[in-house]
Ligand binder design. Sequence first.
Ligand code: TZP
Length: 219
Amino acid sequence: MSARLLDPTVYLVTDTTQCGGPAGVVTTVGAAVGGGVTAVQLRDPGATTRELVDLGRALVALLRPRGVPLVVDDRVDVALAIDADGAHVGQSDLDPVSARRLLGPDRHLGLSVSTPEEAQDAAGLPPGTVDLLGVGPVRPTATKSDARPAIGFARLGDVTAATGLPCVAIGGLRADDVGALHEAGAAGSAVVSAVCGRPDPAAAARELARAWAEARAGR
Ligand code: TZP
């Protein structure tokens, strides 16, 4: 799979506080990739630009040899500066058409949506603008202070049905949720605390990967 069309099955979103600092992010991501994480998003809204660039470079050095794509949340400039595989933007970040213009045709672009209307709007953008929708929060989450209200699994199904774009679910998700996410049409689960907040991130990632394999096999 090309970096642009990344595999969102077990999509780890980093949280520097939950990982115990930038060095903890690198350790956690390294362990979690060993457990089966398929894509990583660097997310640290509290970091300075220099801190983000330094952490991003360390993650590129870790992930590129392992063939796991790295996407930078919100900061398209940082994604380009560190030669990451792409960026992820929210509804109030740089608009997706401008983000695509900066990223060029070969890097991944993800977009956060919470409603079927936002998903339809994304599908109506010029072809090749957005590669993946992040849909949520599905459950309430303490990780993102400004998260929108939880949408639940039924609404997640409405959002995935409203678009032909692949959707990764996010927000308060655990391995136990994977069956319901699969039924609702999600292509993967994006998690922070289900991996970063766990004493054994590799085991946590393995649990998620196994749950997706089982859901897809109909078990
Ligand atoms: N966007 C929507 S919810 C969320 C983000 C970044 C945080 C998800 O964190 P957790 O710990 O998996 O609930």
